[in-house]
Ligand binder design. Structure first.
Ligand SMILES: [Zn+2]
Length: 468
Protein backbone atom coordinates (compact mmCIF):
# COMPACT_ATOMS: atom_id res chain seq x y z
CA UNK A 1 0.00 0.00 0.00
CA UNK A 2 2.73 2.41 1.03
CA UNK A 3 4.91 1.38 -1.86
CA UNK A 4 2.04 2.15 -4.19
CA UNK A 5 1.67 5.58 -2.64
CA UNK A 6 5.39 6.23 -3.03
CA UNK A 7 5.28 5.06 -6.63
CA UNK A 8 2.30 7.29 -7.30
CA UNK A 9 4.19 10.14 -5.66
CA UNK A 10 7.26 9.67 -7.82
CA UNK A 11 5.16 9.29 -10.98
CA UNK A 12 3.33 12.49 -10.09
CA UNK A 13 6.66 14.28 -9.61
CA UNK A 14 7.98 12.89 -12.90
CA UNK A 15 4.96 13.94 -14.89
CA UNK A 16 5.02 17.34 -13.26
CA UNK A 17 8.66 18.00 -14.09
CA UNK A 18 8.29 16.81 -17.69
CA UNK A 19 5.25 19.02 -18.13
CA UNK A 20 6.67 21.96 -16.23
CA UNK A 21 7.84 23.84 -19.29
CA UNK A 22 4.28 23.90 -20.60
CA UNK A 23 1.88 23.81 -17.69
CA UNK A 24 1.42 25.43 -14.36
CA UNK A 25 -0.50 23.40 -11.82
CA UNK A 26 -3.35 25.20 -10.12
CA UNK A 27 -3.70 24.44 -6.42
CA UNK A 28 -5.70 25.91 -3.54
CA UNK A 29 -3.02 26.23 -0.89
CA UNK A 30 0.78 26.27 -0.96
CA UNK A 31 2.96 26.11 2.13
CA UNK A 32 6.48 27.13 1.20
CA UNK A 33 9.87 27.51 2.88
CA UNK A 34 9.04 25.09 5.69
CA UNK A 35 11.16 22.54 7.47
CA UNK A 36 8.81 19.72 6.57
CA UNK A 37 8.64 16.63 8.79
CA UNK A 38 6.70 14.30 6.53
CA UNK A 39 6.48 11.41 9.03
CA UNK A 40 6.41 9.05 6.05
CA UNK A 41 7.96 5.60 6.42
CA UNK A 42 11.49 6.93 5.81
CA UNK A 43 10.85 9.96 8.06
CA UNK A 44 11.83 12.22 5.16
CA UNK A 45 12.59 15.82 6.10
CA UNK A 46 12.69 18.67 3.57
CA UNK A 47 14.66 21.59 4.98
CA UNK A 48 13.16 24.22 2.71
CA UNK A 49 10.23 22.29 1.37
CA UNK A 50 6.88 22.85 -0.19
CA UNK A 51 3.43 21.34 0.23
CA UNK A 52 0.72 21.81 -2.37
CA UNK A 53 -2.91 21.20 -1.47
CA UNK A 54 -5.90 20.95 -3.80
CA UNK A 55 -9.41 20.65 -2.33
CA UNK A 56 -8.85 18.59 0.80
CA UNK A 57 -5.85 16.57 -0.37
CA UNK A 58 -2.06 16.86 -0.50
CA UNK A 59 -0.99 16.88 -4.16
CA UNK A 60 2.74 17.49 -3.69
CA UNK A 61 5.38 17.38 -0.97
CA UNK A 62 8.75 18.40 -2.37
CA UNK A 63 12.13 19.96 -1.63
CA UNK A 64 10.76 23.27 -2.93
CA UNK A 65 12.80 23.40 -6.15
CA UNK A 66 9.59 23.10 -8.21
CA UNK A 67 7.87 26.08 -6.61
CA UNK A 68 7.43 27.88 -9.92
CA UNK A 69 5.31 25.05 -11.23
CA UNK A 70 2.37 25.95 -8.97
CA UNK A 71 -0.17 28.70 -9.01
CA UNK A 72 -2.05 28.89 -5.76
CA UNK A 73 -5.15 30.66 -4.48
CA UNK A 74 -3.42 31.12 -1.10
CA UNK A 75 0.21 30.78 -0.04
CA UNK A 76 1.62 30.48 3.46
CA UNK A 77 5.30 31.35 3.77
CA UNK A 78 6.51 29.18 6.65
CA UNK A 79 9.81 31.10 6.68
CA UNK A 80 11.79 28.22 8.17
CA UNK A 81 9.14 27.12 10.66
CA UNK A 82 8.43 23.43 11.23
CA UNK A 83 5.63 22.05 9.06
CA UNK A 84 4.26 18.70 10.17
CA UNK A 85 1.18 16.48 10.11
CA UNK A 86 -1.69 17.67 12.31
CA UNK A 87 -1.56 16.03 15.75
CA UNK A 88 -4.00 13.25 16.57
CA UNK A 89 -5.37 12.97 20.09
CA UNK A 90 -6.38 9.33 20.44
CA UNK A 91 -8.34 9.63 23.69
CA UNK A 92 -10.28 12.41 25.32
CA UNK A 93 -13.57 13.57 26.79
CA UNK A 94 -13.58 17.09 25.35
CA UNK A 95 -16.79 18.25 27.02
CA UNK A 96 -15.24 17.87 30.46
CA UNK A 97 -13.33 21.13 29.99
CA UNK A 98 -16.05 22.76 32.10
CA UNK A 99 -14.96 20.57 35.05
CA UNK A 100 -11.24 21.22 34.59
CA UNK A 101 -9.22 21.73 37.79
CA UNK A 102 -11.95 20.49 40.14
CA UNK A 103 -10.82 18.11 42.88
CA UNK A 104 -7.58 17.35 41.10
CA UNK A 105 -5.96 15.53 44.01
CA UNK A 106 -8.92 13.68 45.53
CA UNK A 107 -8.23 9.93 45.95
CA UNK A 108 -10.60 7.51 44.15
CA UNK A 109 -11.86 10.56 42.31
CA UNK A 110 -13.70 8.84 39.45
CA UNK A 111 -16.16 7.03 41.72
CA UNK A 112 -16.26 9.47 44.63
CA UNK A 113 -16.38 12.70 42.69
CA UNK A 114 -16.65 12.60 38.89
CA UNK A 115 -19.55 10.16 38.50
CA UNK A 116 -21.73 12.01 41.11
CA UNK A 117 -20.83 15.39 39.56
CA UNK A 118 -21.74 14.17 36.09
CA UNK A 119 -25.04 12.83 37.39
CA UNK A 120 -25.95 16.37 38.43
CA UNK A 121 -24.58 18.34 35.52
CA UNK A 122 -24.31 16.41 32.26
CA UNK A 123 -26.80 17.75 29.72
CA UNK A 124 -26.89 18.53 26.02
CA UNK A 125 -25.94 22.12 26.87
CA UNK A 126 -22.97 21.10 29.03
CA UNK A 127 -21.68 18.72 26.34
CA UNK A 128 -21.92 21.41 23.65
CA UNK A 129 -20.31 24.18 25.71
CA UNK A 130 -17.50 21.95 26.94
CA UNK A 131 -16.76 20.51 23.50
CA UNK A 132 -16.65 23.96 21.90
CA UNK A 133 -13.99 25.04 24.37
CA UNK A 134 -12.09 21.77 24.01
CA UNK A 135 -12.09 22.09 20.23
CA UNK A 136 -10.62 25.60 20.37
CA UNK A 137 -7.95 24.43 22.80
CA UNK A 138 -7.06 21.51 20.54
CA UNK A 139 -6.94 23.53 17.32
CA UNK A 140 -4.71 26.09 19.07
CA UNK A 141 -2.51 23.20 20.21
CA UNK A 142 -2.21 21.71 16.73
CA UNK A 143 -4.66 18.83 17.16
CA UNK A 144 -6.54 18.21 13.92
CA UNK A 145 -8.19 14.85 14.74
CA UNK A 146 -9.43 13.53 18.06
CA UNK A 147 -11.14 10.47 19.45
CA UNK A 148 -13.79 11.33 22.02
CA UNK A 149 -15.82 9.32 24.52
CA UNK A 150 -18.77 11.01 26.21
CA UNK A 151 -22.54 11.43 26.28
CA UNK A 152 -24.74 13.19 23.68
CA UNK A 153 -22.00 12.82 21.08
CA UNK A 154 -24.35 14.33 18.47
CA UNK A 155 -23.82 17.62 20.31
CA UNK A 156 -20.05 17.15 20.09
CA UNK A 157 -20.45 16.36 16.38
CA UNK A 158 -22.16 19.69 15.73
CA UNK A 159 -19.26 21.55 17.34
CA UNK A 160 -16.68 19.52 15.39
CA UNK A 161 -18.53 20.29 12.18
CA UNK A 162 -18.59 23.98 12.99
CA UNK A 163 -14.90 24.38 13.80
CA UNK A 164 -13.88 22.08 10.93
CA UNK A 165 -11.91 19.39 12.79
CA UNK A 166 -11.85 15.65 12.19
CA UNK A 167 -13.10 13.29 14.93
CA UNK A 168 -14.15 9.83 15.98
CA UNK A 169 -16.98 10.30 18.47
CA UNK A 170 -17.96 7.41 20.72
CA UNK A 171 -21.23 7.46 22.66
CA UNK A 172 -20.45 6.19 26.16
CA UNK A 173 -22.21 3.05 27.34
CA UNK A 174 -22.13 2.31 31.07
CA UNK A 175 -24.05 0.06 33.45
CA UNK A 176 -25.81 2.79 35.46
CA UNK A 177 -28.34 5.40 34.27
CA UNK A 178 -26.76 8.48 32.63
CA UNK A 179 -28.16 11.65 31.07
CA UNK A 180 -28.27 10.28 27.52
CA UNK A 181 -29.42 6.72 28.35
CA UNK A 182 -31.27 4.99 31.18
CA UNK A 183 -29.72 1.59 30.47
CA UNK A 184 -26.72 0.21 28.56
CA UNK A 185 -29.19 -1.07 25.95
CA UNK A 186 -30.45 2.49 25.45
CA UNK A 187 -26.84 3.66 25.17
CA UNK A 188 -26.16 1.09 22.44
CA UNK A 189 -29.29 2.21 20.57
CA UNK A 190 -28.23 5.86 20.91
CA UNK A 191 -24.82 5.02 19.43
CA UNK A 192 -26.38 2.98 16.59
CA UNK A 193 -28.64 5.87 15.66
CA UNK A 194 -25.65 8.24 15.43
CA UNK A 195 -23.62 5.69 13.46
CA UNK A 196 -26.40 5.62 10.83
CA UNK A 197 -26.89 9.38 10.82
CA UNK A 198 -23.21 10.19 10.33
CA UNK A 199 -22.16 7.31 8.11
CA UNK A 200 -21.46 9.57 5.12
CA UNK A 201 -19.93 12.50 6.98
CA UNK A 202 -16.54 13.43 5.49
CA UNK A 203 -14.82 14.27 8.80
CA UNK A 204 -16.83 12.59 11.56
CA UNK A 205 -17.04 8.88 12.39
CA UNK A 206 -19.45 7.78 15.10
CA UNK A 207 -18.43 4.92 17.37
CA UNK A 208 -19.32 2.85 20.42
CA UNK A 209 -17.62 3.76 23.67
CA UNK A 210 -18.23 1.25 26.47
CA UNK A 211 -16.73 3.00 29.50
CA UNK A 212 -14.67 -0.02 30.60
CA UNK A 213 -14.86 -3.78 31.05
CA UNK A 214 -15.61 -3.48 34.79
CA UNK A 215 -18.35 -0.85 34.30
CA UNK A 216 -20.24 -2.96 31.74
CA UNK A 217 -21.58 -6.52 31.75
CA UNK A 218 -20.06 -9.30 29.67
CA UNK A 219 -23.22 -9.36 27.57
CA UNK A 220 -23.04 -5.62 26.82
CA UNK A 221 -19.37 -5.90 25.80
CA UNK A 222 -20.12 -8.86 23.53
CA UNK A 223 -23.06 -7.10 21.88
CA UNK A 224 -20.94 -4.01 21.20
CA UNK A 225 -18.07 -6.09 19.77
CA UNK A 226 -20.48 -7.80 17.34
CA UNK A 227 -22.19 -4.56 16.32
CA UNK A 228 -18.84 -2.84 15.72
CA UNK A 229 -17.93 -5.60 13.27
CA UNK A 230 -21.36 -5.39 11.63
CA UNK A 231 -21.12 -1.62 11.07
CA UNK A 232 -17.32 -1.56 10.82
CA UNK A 233 -16.96 1.28 13.32
CA UNK A 234 -14.48 1.79 16.16
CA UNK A 235 -15.03 0.80 19.78
CA UNK A 236 -13.26 3.07 22.23
CA UNK A 237 -12.82 1.89 25.79
CA UNK A 238 -10.73 2.35 28.92
CA UNK A 239 -8.85 -0.92 29.40
CA UNK A 240 -6.39 -2.25 31.98
CA UNK A 241 -6.46 1.06 33.80
CA UNK A 242 -6.88 0.47 37.51
CA UNK A 243 -6.62 -1.90 40.47
CA UNK A 244 -10.39 -1.69 40.92
CA UNK A 245 -10.87 -2.89 37.34
CA UNK A 246 -8.43 -5.80 37.87
CA UNK A 247 -10.28 -6.88 41.05
CA UNK A 248 -13.78 -6.71 39.54
CA UNK A 249 -12.73 -8.54 36.38
CA UNK A 250 -10.74 -11.19 38.28
CA UNK A 251 -13.80 -11.92 40.42
CA UNK A 252 -16.06 -12.08 37.39
CA UNK A 253 -13.77 -14.27 35.30
CA UNK A 254 -12.04 -16.56 37.78
CA UNK A 255 -8.78 -14.64 37.90
CA UNK A 256 -8.23 -13.37 34.36
CA UNK A 257 -6.49 -10.07 33.62
CA UNK A 258 -8.71 -7.42 31.96
CA UNK A 259 -7.06 -8.08 28.56
CA UNK A 260 -7.39 -11.87 28.82
CA UNK A 261 -10.98 -11.49 29.96
CA UNK A 262 -11.76 -9.37 26.90
CA UNK A 263 -10.22 -12.07 24.72
CA UNK A 264 -12.14 -14.84 26.51
CA UNK A 265 -15.49 -13.18 25.84
CA UNK A 266 -14.69 -12.49 22.18
CA UNK A 267 -14.55 -8.71 22.58
CA UNK A 268 -11.08 -8.09 21.14
CA UNK A 269 -10.88 -7.14 17.47
CA UNK A 270 -9.25 -4.61 15.15
CA UNK A 271 -11.99 -2.05 15.78
CA UNK A 272 -11.06 -1.66 19.44
CA UNK A 273 -9.08 1.36 20.62
CA UNK A 274 -8.00 0.70 24.20
CA UNK A 275 -7.13 3.70 26.35
CA UNK A 276 -4.44 3.55 29.05
CA UNK A 277 -3.40 -0.16 29.08
CA UNK A 278 -1.27 0.33 32.19
CA UNK A 279 -1.96 -3.03 33.79
CA UNK A 280 -0.66 -5.28 31.00
CA UNK A 281 2.10 -7.87 31.09
CA UNK A 282 4.00 -9.39 28.15
CA UNK A 283 1.27 -11.94 27.54
CA UNK A 284 -1.43 -9.25 27.51
CA UNK A 285 0.62 -7.16 25.08
CA UNK A 286 1.03 -10.14 22.75
CA UNK A 287 -2.75 -10.68 22.83
CA UNK A 288 -3.45 -7.02 22.00
CA UNK A 289 -1.02 -7.27 19.10
CA UNK A 290 -2.60 -10.50 17.85
CA UNK A 291 -6.03 -8.82 17.60
CA UNK A 292 -4.56 -5.63 16.10
CA UNK A 293 -6.03 -3.50 18.90
CA UNK A 294 -5.19 0.24 18.84
CA UNK A 295 -3.68 1.73 22.01
CA UNK A 296 -4.18 5.28 23.36
CA UNK A 297 -1.26 6.17 25.62
CA UNK A 298 -2.19 8.92 28.12
CA UNK A 299 0.96 9.59 30.11
CA UNK A 300 0.06 12.78 31.98
CA UNK A 301 -3.33 11.48 33.15
CA UNK A 302 -1.80 8.18 34.26
CA UNK A 303 1.01 9.69 36.30
CA UNK A 304 -1.25 12.35 37.82
CA UNK A 305 -3.71 9.71 39.01
CA UNK A 306 -0.76 7.65 40.32
CA UNK A 307 -2.15 4.61 38.51
CA UNK A 308 1.21 3.72 37.01
CA UNK A 309 3.18 3.94 33.79
CA UNK A 310 1.89 2.06 30.78
CA UNK A 311 4.35 -0.35 29.13
CA UNK A 312 4.00 1.90 26.07
CA UNK A 313 7.71 1.66 25.30
CA UNK A 314 7.41 -2.09 24.86
CA UNK A 315 4.17 -1.77 22.91
CA UNK A 316 5.80 0.76 20.57
CA UNK A 317 8.91 -1.41 20.13
CA UNK A 318 6.75 -4.49 19.52
CA UNK A 319 5.01 -2.68 16.67
CA UNK A 320 1.56 -2.28 18.21
CA UNK A 321 -0.74 0.43 16.91
CA UNK A 322 -0.06 3.08 19.57
CA UNK A 323 -0.64 6.83 19.71
CA UNK A 324 -0.73 9.62 22.26
CA UNK A 325 -3.86 10.81 24.00
CA UNK A 326 -4.51 13.43 26.63
CA UNK A 327 -7.52 11.83 28.36
CA UNK A 328 -10.21 14.23 29.53
CA UNK A 329 -9.40 17.69 30.86
CA UNK A 330 -10.31 16.57 34.40
CA UNK A 331 -7.54 14.01 34.11
CA UNK A 332 -4.77 15.39 31.93
CA UNK A 333 -5.69 18.53 32.31
CA UNK A 334 -4.93 19.94 28.88
CA UNK A 335 -6.08 18.62 25.53
CA UNK A 336 -3.04 19.36 23.43
CA UNK A 337 -0.78 16.39 22.88
CA UNK A 338 2.20 18.76 22.74
CA UNK A 339 1.93 18.90 26.53
CA UNK A 340 2.31 15.10 26.57
CA UNK A 341 5.53 14.97 24.51
CA UNK A 342 7.93 15.96 27.23
CA UNK A 343 6.41 13.65 29.82
CA UNK A 344 6.24 10.67 27.47
CA UNK A 345 9.92 10.97 26.58
CA UNK A 346 11.12 11.56 30.13
CA UNK A 347 9.02 9.15 32.17
CA UNK A 348 9.84 6.18 29.92
CA UNK A 349 13.53 7.02 30.30
CA UNK A 350 13.12 7.20 34.06
CA UNK A 351 11.21 3.98 34.61
CA UNK A 352 13.48 2.09 32.22
CA UNK A 353 16.62 3.75 33.64
CA UNK A 354 17.73 4.38 30.07
CA UNK A 355 18.51 7.82 28.73
CA UNK A 356 18.24 6.54 25.16
CA UNK A 357 14.74 5.12 25.65
CA UNK A 358 11.81 6.76 23.84
CA UNK A 359 13.75 9.22 21.66
CA UNK A 360 11.89 12.31 20.37
CA UNK A 361 11.40 10.87 16.88
CA UNK A 362 9.35 8.03 18.38
CA UNK A 363 7.28 10.44 20.47
CA UNK A 364 6.44 12.48 17.36
CA UNK A 365 5.59 9.25 15.56
CA UNK A 366 3.11 8.39 18.33
CA UNK A 367 1.56 11.86 18.01
CA UNK A 368 1.08 11.61 14.23
CA UNK A 369 1.23 8.47 12.08
CA UNK A 370 1.31 6.17 15.14
CA UNK A 371 -1.87 7.79 16.46
CA UNK A 372 -3.43 7.45 13.00
CA UNK A 373 -2.56 3.72 13.10
CA UNK A 374 -4.09 3.41 16.58
CA UNK A 375 -7.35 4.77 15.14
CA UNK A 376 -6.96 2.77 11.90
CA UNK A 377 -6.83 5.99 9.89
CA UNK A 378 -3.27 5.70 8.59
CA UNK A 379 -4.37 5.53 4.95
CA UNK A 380 -5.98 8.95 5.30
CA UNK A 381 -4.04 11.06 7.83
CA UNK A 382 -0.96 11.07 10.09
CA UNK A 383 1.75 11.88 7.54
CA UNK A 384 2.39 14.42 4.81
CA UNK A 385 2.27 12.35 1.63
CA UNK A 386 0.69 12.75 -1.77
CA UNK A 387 -2.91 11.55 -1.77
CA UNK A 388 -3.45 11.98 1.96
CA UNK A 389 -5.97 14.36 3.49
CA UNK A 390 -4.45 17.80 4.07
CA UNK A 391 -4.22 18.06 7.87
CA UNK A 392 -1.11 20.17 8.46
CA UNK A 393 0.28 22.35 11.24
CA UNK A 394 3.02 24.96 11.32
CA UNK A 395 5.12 25.40 14.48
CA UNK A 396 6.76 28.77 15.16
CA UNK A 397 10.50 28.28 15.51
CA UNK A 398 11.18 31.95 16.22
CA UNK A 399 9.66 31.78 19.70
CA UNK A 400 12.50 32.11 22.24
CA UNK A 401 11.96 28.61 23.64
CA UNK A 402 12.46 27.15 20.15
CA UNK A 403 15.72 28.88 19.20
CA UNK A 404 17.87 27.29 17.79
CA UNK A 405 16.54 24.12 16.12
CA UNK A 406 19.36 21.61 15.53
CA UNK A 407 17.05 18.62 15.66
CA UNK A 408 13.37 19.34 14.97
CA UNK A 409 12.14 16.24 16.83
CA UNK A 410 14.09 17.22 19.95
CA UNK A 411 12.92 20.82 19.69
CA UNK A 412 9.29 19.69 19.49
CA UNK A 413 9.48 17.17 22.31
CA UNK A 414 11.68 18.94 24.83
CA UNK A 415 11.13 22.64 24.05
CA UNK A 416 7.79 23.30 22.36
CA UNK A 417 4.69 24.71 24.01
CA UNK A 418 1.22 24.26 22.59
CA UNK A 419 1.21 28.03 22.05
CA UNK A 420 4.02 27.64 19.49
CA UNK A 421 1.48 26.29 16.99
CA UNK A 422 1.05 29.07 14.46
CA UNK A 423 -1.30 27.71 11.80
CA UNK A 424 -3.68 24.74 11.80
CA UNK A 425 -5.06 23.31 8.56
CA UNK A 426 -7.69 20.58 8.47
CA UNK A 427 -9.05 18.98 5.31
CA UNK A 428 -7.24 21.60 3.24
CA UNK A 429 -8.89 24.48 5.10
CA UNK A 430 -6.96 26.96 7.25
CA UNK A 431 -8.88 26.94 10.52
CA UNK A 432 -6.28 28.79 12.59
CA UNK A 433 -3.99 31.41 11.11
CA UNK A 434 -1.39 33.26 13.19
CA UNK A 435 -3.16 31.85 16.28
CA UNK A 436 -6.54 33.30 15.30
CA UNK A 437 -9.22 30.64 15.05
CA UNK A 438 -11.14 31.53 11.90
CA UNK A 439 -14.15 29.25 11.98
CA UNK A 440 -15.66 29.96 15.42
CA UNK A 441 -15.78 32.87 17.83
CA UNK A 442 -13.28 32.05 20.56
CA UNK A 443 -14.38 34.90 22.85
CA UNK A 444 -18.03 33.93 22.94
CA UNK A 445 -17.09 30.27 23.47
CA UNK A 446 -14.96 31.22 26.49
CA UNK A 447 -17.72 33.45 27.89
CA UNK A 448 -20.29 30.68 27.60
CA UNK A 449 -17.90 28.24 29.31
CA UNK A 450 -17.33 30.70 32.16
CA UNK A 451 -21.08 31.14 32.62
CA UNK A 452 -21.47 27.38 32.83
CA UNK A 453 -18.56 27.25 35.29
CA UNK A 454 -20.65 29.42 37.65
CA UNK A 455 -23.32 26.75 37.56
CA UNK A 456 -20.73 24.06 38.26
CA UNK A 457 -19.31 26.07 41.18
CA UNK A 458 -22.78 26.54 42.64
CA UNK A 459 -23.59 22.82 42.32
CA UNK A 460 -20.33 21.84 43.98
CA UNK A 461 -20.90 24.27 46.86
CA UNK A 462 -24.50 23.14 47.39
CA UNK A 463 -23.52 19.49 47.45
CA UNK A 464 -20.91 20.21 50.13
CA UNK A 465 -18.24 18.61 47.97
CA UNK A 466 -14.61 19.61 47.89
CA UNK A 467 -13.78 22.39 45.43
CA UNK A 468 -10.01 22.13 45.73
ZN1 LIG B 1 -10.61 8.56 29.61
Amino acid sequence: MLKKTLLAASLATLSLSSASAFAIENVDLLIKNGQILTMDREKTIFDNGLIAIRDNKIVAVTDGSDINEYKSVKTIDADGDIVMPGLINTHTHASMTVFRSLADDVPDRLHRYIFPLEKKLVSREMVRIGAQLGNVEMVKGGVTTYADMYYFEDEVAKTVDQIGMRAILGETIIQFPVASAKTPEDGIKYAEKLIHEYKDHPRITMAFAPHGPYTNSTETLQTIAKLSMKYDVPVMMHLAESDREREVIAKRSGGLSPVKYMESIGALNENLVAAHVIDANEEDIAILKKYDVGIAHNMSANIKSAKGVSPALQMFNDGLRIGLGTDGPMSGNTLSTIDEFNQVAKVHKLVNKDRAAMPPKNVIEMATIGAARALHMEDKVGSLEVGKLADVIVIDTKAPNMVPVYNPYSALVYSAYATNVKHTIVDGKVIMENRNVLTVNEDSIRKEALQFADKVRQTVIESGEIVQ
